[in-house]
Design a protein around this ligand. Structure first.
Ligand code: MN
Length: 229
């Protein structure tokens, strides 16, 4: 094979209790998967089919840590979410097949430039500027798991105050159905992460804010927003 002209970093996540890292190939995100968040975004939380957007793999902030406040926004928002990591191929699958493709679970933040997202949404333009930018996807270390939990508290505190509080049981589309649905559009496989949507309570962040996300039985994620260097 021809040599590469230069090296580019491969984004990767730590795995709890293991030395080897999980390499990240793609990041898929579900738009609205909790009724409360759909309502706060001005939508009707009916059970219409899920919709997706993507973040570039290099949005990843492995294990959390410092996140520089991003450029070109005055309204950076937090969205705490269960993240699914896949280990095996999944294509045109039924929900009962989806579990066999799982590698593990993590706590993620779908950081969003809400002003840019809404400006794009209102003009019918793509969401990329609002959703896919450097440091837009902090994700905790992966917990190996054969199945996704059907229930469990999802919380986010900012500077010690609870901002988001929900439960995995309130997902409009549970994980097996989501993965099955997405697998009709992509040949999913190892290295793919899926952000499964956020409960209500999203809100703005400022430099200096300390975030702590948690999902019962999955893990915790700590992030500090720092001023742009
Ligand atoms: Mn989200």
């Amino acid at each position: 094979m021809a040599r590469l002209l230069f090296d580019v970093p491969v984004p990767a996540l730590p795995v709890i209790g293991e030395e080897a890292l999980y390499p990240v190939r793609r990041i898929f995100c579900v738009g609205r998967n909790y009724a409360g968040h759909a309502r706060e975004m001005g939508s009707d939380p009916s059970r219409e089919p899920p919709f997706y957007f993507t973040k570039a793999a290099d949005c990843l902030v492995p294990g959390g840590g410092d996140v520089p406040y991003p450029p070109a926004t005055a309204n950076l928002h937090h969205e705490v979410e269960l993240v699914i990591a896949l280990a095996r191929p999944l294509f045109r699958a039924a929900p009962e097949q989806a579990g066999s493709a799982l590698f593990g679970l993590a706590v993620g933040l779908d950081l969003t430039r809400r002003d840019l997202q809404f400006a794009a949404r209102d003009k019918g333009r793509p969401w990329d500027l609002g959703k896919s930018f450097e440091h837009a996807a902090p994700v905790s270390a992966l917990l190996r798991a054969a199945t996704a939990p059907e229930a469990g508290a999802v919380t986010l505190t900012v500077n010690g105050e609870i901002r988001q509080k929900g439960d995995l049981a309130d997902m409009i589309w549970p994980v097996p159905e989501l993965l099955a649905h997405l697998s009709h559009y992509y040949r999913l496989g190892p290295g793919d992460l899926v952000f499964t949507g956020t409960p209500e309570g999203v809100g703005p962040l400022s430099p200096g804010d300390r975030l702590s996300g948690g999902i019962a039985g999955v893990g915790e994620l700590a992030v500090t927003i720092v001023a742009q260097p």
